[in-house]
Each structure stands twice: as structure tokens, then as C-alpha cells.
Design a protein around this ligand. Structure first.
Ligand code: GLV
Ligand code: MN
Ligand code: MN
Ligand code: MN
Length: 409
């Protein structure tokens, strides 16, 4: 089997773990299916006689150690998905990393290449998606020292299960120290339309967007949907519904696409058809290339929410949550990635990522570089997410070139 075919076989195999009816994958962090894909990942390294470390937040590191005691270049992404998510978001980067490592290892073993200056670790970061356990980008942010380990282990899902318990239940609450890192490389699907629209092979990420979430709790009064007079109702769901629309409408205060925002999650209590809702919890996600725009939008929302609470006799608590500044990737890494892509006869352009990624967290710790491949129709976080085998294989070659350069230091 050719090296590209071996990569595609592993990629398509991993997509069977948690496969949904419509070609997607549902493999949320620290679920049994996440446990299954993690065991597959670990087995892949063990079959090659390689060690796998699992740290205290469940990050997994498959080690290719060619030089005793040397620090590691890290390459990877995440194997967890959104509910009814796609096959590509995260998995592509992990499996591409595995095959880059295997290809380099084969060349070293065959004597075609000398052992590089650094060792290589392929990483599966825990809970990038933040679907079951918020915030997102959890494992890599703990590794980079941006989030507190104990605080993250205490985070609970909607059923009250903690990260600590969920990881222990699937056997991946580890105790290893992660490897000493000198750099990080990641490849991912774009999840947007720029590369497809412009017919470009690869995106080189030069900076992230500013993102912030608002954690909103709307408190009304539980009562009977039939027997309570309309004038007497303090309906938390009516208040929450207005907030959902406000979060959408606030984007219209700015140029098109300057601000993107949504409420993606609503938890209604007690959630009975015959009960006026007592409490609704919702999370608004605001993102922009300009932090000032997010701050203006946030203030507009706070003012409108205050007026809504007074008008409808509701109590509405709003907390800032998960604020992430714009982070710039080092120019040297951007230029290195561009030259590798050019050397392969492929095209690239610089992009600012609107999605969160592990590389954005790692970049605060070690020089990091990130590549994107095109996403068909720009869709992601859904079953229809798609990138072609051809684009995945081009990305694999680019990632390999980039990692080779980083390994030689
Ligand atoms: C998660 O996938 C994010 O983009 O924040
Ligand atoms: Mn991802
Ligand atoms: Mn994602
Ligand atoms: Mn993401």
C-alpha cells in the first residue's frame, strides 16, 4: 500500500468509530466512543513499538524517540467531535500527524535520513470541542498553562458528571508528564469558504480571531401553562428567546461578517410542555477580527438584557466566559510553512482563523504553525462537513515538509 493510501485507510477507519447515519461522527469528549478511538490511537503506536503518554487532563502523546533525551516537536489535533459532528474536524490533523511521523520514522529506519535534532510526539488533545464540557480547547490550554488543571477536572456536563470522573470511567485519567516541547504543528480543515472560493491548496494561519462567550441565566417563575393568567407569567423562556434574537441582531450594527454570533445552547428548566419555564441557561458566542467590535456588541447586549429583565420582571445574570484574545503566530513559522508549500508546487494564502484550535493555545508556549485544507461549501460542526481525499493528501505532504523542517530546528 502506498503511504498516502495507508493514511487514507486509517483516516476512514477512525471515522467508523462513532459514525452517524449520515456520514458524520458523534464522539464527544470522554464518552465511551472517545474511549474507543483513544484505544485505537494508543494501539497504533504500541503496534509500532512506541510509547504513549497520557497526562492528567487526558492528553495523549505517541512518541517517536530517535534521540535519547532530546525534546520534542509536537504535531496533532483532537479526536473528539461535536454532537452529530463531522469526520474531519480534528481527526484529520491527528491522523495526518501519525502518518507524518510514521513516514519520517520509516526513512530514518531505512537509513535514508539521519535522526533529526528533535524527537516527535503525535498528540491527541483532550476536549478541543467544548461540547460536553466547556470551555473548548481544554486539554491543550491546560498543557500550555492557560487553564488550571484542578479547575478543569471539576468541570461538569449537564448531567453533573465531572471531567475527572468521565476520564477515569473511560480509563484515560493519566498521570504522565507530557513531553518537553520545542514547537507545535497542526493541520486542520478550514471550516470556512476562503480556500475553496479562491481555488487555493492550503491556508497558512497567521492569527486567530477575538472570541468571547456570555454565560446567561434567565430566572422567571415556574407556573401552570394553562391556569396562570397571562399577566401573571414570568416566563424565562420568553426572555431567553428575545436574547437569542438580540444576539443575532447585534451583528447588524457592524459591517457584514465583521461580527459573527450565535446562541448554540439553551437549557430549559423544568422543560415540561405544561410548565412555564422557571430557568433558562444559554451561551452566546461572539467572534470578530476586531476586539473593539466584540466589546461594543457585548455592551449593547448587556444594556438590552437589563431593559428586558426590568420589563418582564425577570432576573437575568450574565457572566463573561471564555474570553480569547487575538494571537499572532510567529512570522518565522508562517514563512516556513509558505516556503514548504511552495516547494511542493502547491499554492497557499494567509488566513485568520475564526474557529478555536489547539495550536492557538500551544502558540502561547512554543512556536507553533498551522495549516488549513479546503472545506467543501465551508461547512463544519455538522455531518455534511467534507474535504476531498486529494486535498487531505496534499495537506499531508505539506505537514510532513513543515514537521521535517521543525525537527531539524
Ligand atoms: C471549537 O471547535 C471552536 O472552534 O471553538
Ligand atoms: Mn477542530
Ligand atoms: Mn470543532
Ligand atoms: Mn475548534
Amino acid at each position: 500500500m502506498s503511504q498516502d493510501a495507508a493514511f487514507l485507510t486509517d483516516f476512514h477507519h477512525a471515522a467508523t468509530i462513532g459514525a452517524t447515519d449520515n456520514d458524520g461522527v458523534d464522539r464527544q469528549a470522554a464518552t465511551d466512543l472517545d474511549g474507543d478511538v483513544r484505544r485505537w490511537f494508543a494501539g497504533w503506536f504500541q503496534d509500532r513499538g512506541r510509547r504513549v503518554l497520557v497526562d492528567e487532563i487526558g492528553n495523549m502523546f505517541g512518541l517517536f524517540e530517535w534521540r535519547e533525551g532530546a525534546p520534542f516537536v509536537l504535531v496533532g489535533s483532537h479526536l473528539d467531535t461535536q454532537p452529530l459532528g463531522g469526520r474531519f474536524d480534528g481527526s484529520y490533523g491527528v491522523i495526518a500527524g501519525m502518518h507524518v511521523a510514521a513516514q519520517i520514522d520509516e526513512a530514518i529506519t531505512a537509513g535514508d535520513q539521519e535522526a533529526p535534532r528533535y524527537n516527535l510526539a503525535v498528540v491527541n488533545w483532550f476536549n478541543e470541542e467544548g461540547a460536553r464540557f466547556a470551555p473548548s480547547v481544554m486539554g491543550s490550554s491546560v498543557f500550555a498553562g492557560l487553564f488550571e488543571l484542578e479547575q478543569m477536572l471539576d468541570v461538569q456536563d449537564l448531567e453533573g458528571v465531572s471531567v475527572r470522573k468521565a476520564l477515569a470511567d473511560i480509563g484515560f485519567l493519566g498521570s504522565d508528564d507530557g513531553p518537553e516541547a520545542v514547537g507545535y504543528a497542526e493541520i486542520h480543515i478550514e471550516q470556512g469558504r476562503i480556500l475553496e472560493r479562491e481555488g487555493i491548496d492550503l491556508g497558512v494561519v497567521d492569527r486567530s480571531w477575538y472570541t468571547q462567550k456570555l454565560d446567561i441565566e434567565v430566572l422567571g417563575e415556574q407556573s401552570h401553562t394553562g391556569a396562570t393568567a397571562m399577566a401573571d407569567r414570568r416566563d424565562a423562556l420568553v426572555g431567553a428567546s428575545e436574547i437569542v434574537l438580540m444576539v443575532r441582531q447585534v451583528t447588524q450594527d457592524f459591517p457584514e461578517e465583521a461580527l459573527v454570533s450565535s446562541v448554540g445552547q439553551l437549557v430549559v428548566e423544568p422543560n415540561s410542555p405544561i410548565v412555564v419555564a422557571r430557568r433558562v441557561h444559554l451561551v452566546a458566542d461572539l467572534r470578530s477580527g476586531d476586539p473593539e467590535i466584540v466589546q461594543q456588541a457585548r455592551q449593547t447586549l448587556l444594556d438590552k438584557i437589563e431593559a428586558l429583565a426590568a420589563r418582564d420582571n425577570l432576573v437575568i445574570n450574565v457572566k463573561d466566559f471564555d474570553v480569547r484574545p487575538i494571537r499572532h503566530f510567529p512570522t518565522a513559522g508562517v514563512e516556513l510553512a509558505e516556503s514548504v508549500v511552495e516547494g511542493l508546487g502547491l499554492t497557499s494564502r494567509r488566513v485568520q482563523t475564526m474557529a478555536g484550535h489547539d495550536s492557538v493555545a500551544l502558540n502561547t508556549m512554543v512556536p507553533s504553525a498551522m495549516l488549513f485544507i479546503p472545506s467543501v461549501d465551508g461547512v463544519s460542526h455538522c455531518e455534511r462537513e467534507f474535504s476531498t481525499d486529494e486535498d487531505m493528501v496534499k495537506g499531508l505532504a505539506a505537514l510532513k515538509g513543515l514537521v521535517q523542517e521543525m525537527l531539524s530546528g
